[in-house]
Design a protein around this ligand. Structure first.
Ligand code: NDP
Length: 368
């Protein structure tokens, strides 16, 4: 597992603790969180343990190469990629080329380089299975009937600022942005959920995973986070997947798909306890990162990688107190306005677009 010390990493280990008879942890990686990582290594005794951000002289192998070594370890069958951000890309490509199943939480991978990921899977025989709850929901609803697929509607909690007036959203604090109403997640994706950049990343991810055009991909706000996605087939029939919000269910399904394992640890669904389920449109004029990301997805080529990199830098600047919340989507829009669309035919082209967009985003952030 890559990113074992994060929110998805911990949830994955919680699932594996209940499923010890079916799975073995072969490799673990983290970035810098040494204390938690050492405790995980002591518990799971993996064959390989590396710290991507570790210092020379540490007890574990160090540097970005640890992601590649763990992802291609010969004893590994399934790679859970729970790294946050662009750092996860090369490991996904390497694992797919090595014929592994990649249980992908690191959606940035598909956003940056969807075509390269598909080519890597094709070349190496690897398989990509989503961990994101909305995409897991779609996979479960589709159940192999891709031919009749007509439209996907991904749900979105709306984040902590769903009902706030636009000027209050602009001035939202870090504490307010990190208070997600329904999901406990790492800080980057929690801010992405507040700006709705996360839904743009998810639409681009869905485009690559399920092969639908952007005209067939929609988002609806659903504050209870009980329905995870709707799938419409060509005859108009719609199937939805429901469950109380927990990442443990989609994580286990990504490991076992298309089979299923009993899991006594997951809270059973109870429609009465779920209460009324409501749906409303997205306020696209307030949460502009969604539209910016979808436009980048439609443009294709390097544009989604530019969107992703600008967003990562803008979110980090917000979390560091350098820019107000409302500047995140503005910085992303400015960088997209600055960029010249180009094909993303090679990893080098994607990495160059990523590097360029980070520089432009830092420039715009510094002028706030
Ligand atoms: P966290 O921030 O909680 O965890 C990130 C993990 O990645 C940590 O283990 C961290 O190590 C590691 N990491 C960070 N930077 C690097 C790097 N440069 N190289 C190697 N490893 C690194 O994030 P989440 O678990 O919330 O999210 C992980 C991914 O899953 C994201 O792409 C997110 O969008 C996606 N996702 C998350 C969901 C959730 O519920 N949390 C739901 C759906 C998708 P360390 O702790 O040592 O810093």
């Amino acid at each position: 597992m890559l990113g074992s010390t994060g929110s998805i990493g911990r949830s994955t280990l919680a699932v594996l603790r209940r499923q010890r008879e079916h799975f073995r942890v072969v490799a673990l990686t983290a970035n810098r969180n040494v204390d938690e990582f050492d405790a995980q290594v002591a518990e799971w005794r993996p064959l390989y343990a590396g710290l991507a951000g570790g210092e020379a002289g540490s007890a574990h192998p160090c540097g970005p190469r640890v992601l590649l070594e763990a992802a291609t370890h010969p004893e590994v069958d399934v790679v859970v990629n729970a790294v946050v951000g662009a750092a996860g890309l090369e490991a996904t490509l390497a694992a797919l080329r090595a014929g592994k199943r990649v249980a992908l939480a690191n959606k940035e991978t598909l956003v940056m380089a969807g075509e390269l990921v598909a080519q890597a899977a094709c070349a190496g025989g690897g398989e990509l299975v989503p961990v994101d709850s909305e995409h897991s929901a779609v996979l479960q609803c589709v159940a192999g009937r891709n031919a009749g697929l007509a439209r996907l509607i991904l749900t979105c909690s709306g984040g902590p600022f769903r009902e706030w007036p636009a000027e209050r959203v602009h001035r939202a604090t870090v504490d307010e942005a990190l208070r997600h109403p329904t999901w406990q997640m790492g800080s980057k994706i929690t801010v992405d959920s507040a700006t709705l950049a996360n839904k743009a990343l998810e639409l681009i991810e869905a485009h690559h995973l399920f092969g639908l055009s952007y005209d067939a991909l929609e988002v609806v706000v659903h504050p209870q986070s009980v329905v995870h996605a709707f799938v419409e087939f060509c005859d108009g029939s719609v199937i939805a997947q429901v469950g109380f919000p927990t990442m443990e269910l989609p994580i286990l399904y990504a490991l076992t798909h298309p089979a299923r394992l009993p899991d006594a640890g997951v809270r059973r669904f109870d429609p009465v306890a779920a209460g009324p389920l409501t749906f409303e449109p997205v306020r696209a004029d307030v949460f502009r990162a969604l539209g910016a990301g979808v436009a980048a997805g439609r443009a294709g080529g390097i544009s989604p990688a530019v969107f992703n990199a600008a967003n990562e830098v803008a979110v980090a600047a917000f979390l560091d107190g350098q820019v107000p919340f409302g500047r995140i989507s503005q910085i992303v829009e400015q960088v997209l306005d600055d960029h010249v669309p180009a094909p993303a035919a090679t990893l080098a082209a994607v990495r160059e677009a990523d590097r360029w967009a980070r520089g432009r985003a830092r420039h715009h952030a510094s002028r706030t």
